[in-house]
Structures are given as C-alpha cells and as structure tokens.
Design a protein around this ligand. Structure first.
Ligand SMILES: [Zn+2]
Length: 319
C-alpha cells in the first residue's frame, strides 16, 4: 500500500486496519457459535512468513507500507532529480542529514517520510547503510523489516504437493496442530463430549487422531502397505520426522507418499467431522479405497508420475 492513500496519517492507518480485519475474517471459522469463532486457525504473523519458514507468504501491508515510505526517504537521500525532492531539500532539509530534520511546518506526508527512519531502528537495521545503498527495492527492505524466521522442516511436504488444494489446507493446519480437536475446546473452557468419534473409545486429541487411534492406524497402515513401505505406523511427530527425512525429494515415489499423507489426513478429518455432525461413519476400508482412488487420479494428472502409478494397484484388501 502506498503512502499516498488517505488525506492524513490516521486515515491511512484506518485503511490498513480495515484490510487486516477482512484478511483475519477469512481465517476464522464462523460456523461455530461459541467462543471458538473468535479464534483464528493460524496466527496472522505466521501467514505473512515466507514459504521456507512454513507460511503462505501473504504480504503484510503495514510492513510493506513502511518499506514504501523508506523508499521515498531513500530518494530524498539520493537527491533524485524530481521536482518534489528538490522542493523538500530547498525548503526543509537545507543541506542537513534528512532524518535529523524536524520540519514542524511540513505537511503530514513529508513528516511521515522523514520519520520513516524509525522503522529501520525498530528492525535493528543500520540507517546509514540502507539509505545510502546504490539500489533500493521495496521487496528487499520489506524482507529485512519482516525479519528472519526459523525454517520449517516440514515445508517440502506441503509446497509442491500435488494433492487437492483442500487436502493441502487441512494438512497444513495439521502440521501445525491447529485443527479444532476436542482437547483444544476443553482448554478454551468449552464443554464437549471428549470421546473420539472414529473409535468411540478413547479421548480425542491431535496425537490420537494422527495416528494412534485404531481407525486411523488401520487406514494409514494400509496406505503404507499399498506404497510398498514395510514399517509400522508411528505417532504424528515421528511420522512427520520420517517423512521429512525420506520423502522430500522429487522422485515419483516421494510424490505419491506426500499426496497420500495429505489425502489420509484430510479424509480422516472429514470422517471425524461426519461422525460428530452427521452421526455417520464409513469403514476404514472405504476410506482407504477412496484415498487410493483419488491419489491415482492426482498422480495420473502428472505425466512424470504416470509410470509409478501403473505399478501401484487399486485397493484390493478384503474387509
Ligand atoms: Zn479414536
């Protein structure tokens, strides 16, 4: 967002706030008529992080606006051959260092530009270095203002995953353990039946659903066997760790694994919701069959995966 929006600084900030509010609304589930409706699925700052750190890289407009203001200040420092810059130099700066000038009579936009240097101080960046550099791109300074974040080990399970977008969305939430499982409701003080709707036996939480529940162990175990992977089903953290070590490459086997994992997580979550809201539940064999069929469809859409898909049979387990 450019610094020119709005007639004054307050108006510009109001526009920023309104846009943020719209973006936040998108990440909130309005179906729940409880306090949970106030809780975002994922924190806003995480959504603005780069993909390598596990965020979808949505532009944070307040930070972008700071970087855009700083570009104006950089233009002033560079004494660019533009009329308004010459005017600012002639009337306010008068040979001084631009960010030390206190132009009390200046308009709000000149104030905003001259005071934008505080954003560099806040981010711990050297103002002399940034404002005297030969080239200035808003994107580069935006990245510096946004800061550094640790890399997410699971990023390759999500990005370049050829599964359905809705699978990837649920898988993304599951990787951050942000699905609305029943244990989270009780932490928020909301009373719900804690029993897992998939096995009707144990308490539901993220670890139980993925994959210590008998129902989900059965499905994921069959999907592993279908791919020719001879190992037992682990708990969630071990499964993610195993996947980040073994199936992050570009090979078609790794691709099938990533798609299958996303598909299994999605269908388990949907089946869990069907159990709660519609009191219906299909057999684990039906879910496995559906995941395999859909993985075949997704796989055949990728030319380089077709050979691998021909080796993989359709579901053939007897219930
Ligand atoms: Zn269960």
């Amino acid at each position: 967002m450019s610094a020119s929006i709005g007639k004054n600084a307050g108006e510009s900030e109001t526009v920023d706030c309104e846009v943020f509010e719209i973006c936040r609304e998108i990440t909130i589930d309005k179906e729940w008529d409880t306090n949970a409706s106030k809780k975002a699925l994922v924190a806003w700052d995480k959504l603005c992080r780069p993909k390598s750190t596990g965020g979808p890289n949505i532009t944070d407009m307040s930070v972008w606006n700071k970087a855009a203001l700083l570009k104006h200040l950089w233009n002033i420092c560079k004494k660019k051959d533009k009329l308004w810059i010459q005017w600012v130099h002639a009337y306010y700066i008068k040979g001084r260092v631009p960010w030390t000038v206190k132009a009390k009579q200046a308009s709000w936009i000149v104030h905003k530009i001259l005071h934008a240097v505080k954003y560099l101080d806040e981010a711990g960046l050297e103002k002399a270095k940034v404002l005297t550099t030969r080239t200035y791109t808003i994107r580069t300074i935006y990245n510096q203002l946004r800061g550094e974040f640790p890399k997410a080990s699971w990023r390759r399970l999500i990005y370049n995953n050829k599964g359905c977008p809705k699978w990837i969305f649920i898988f993304y939430l599951a990787l951050q353990e942000r699905l609305y499982t029943k244990d989270r409701f009780s932490k928020w003080g909301i009373q719900v039946n804690q029993t897992c709707p998939l096995c009707d036996h144990e308490m539901e939480d993220h670890q139980h659903l993925f994959f210590t529940c008998k129902y989900s162990t059965d499905i994921w175990g069959k999907l592993l066997a279908w791919q020719g992977i001879a190992r037992q089903v682990y708990g969630w953290e071990e499964e993610v760790e195993w996947a980040t070590k073994h199936v992050t490459g570009k090979g078609s086997k790794a691709e099938v694994y990533r798609i299958s994992m996303a598909g299994a997580v999605y269908h388990l979550w949907i089946e869990r919701n069907r159990g709660i809201f519609q009191q219906e539940r299909r057999s684990s064999g039906d879910i496995t069959r559906q995941v395999i069929q859909e993985v075949h469809c997704r796989g055949y859409m990728q030319i380089r995966m077709r050979k691998e898909m021909q080796y993989l049979k359709f579901y053939s387990y007897n219930e």
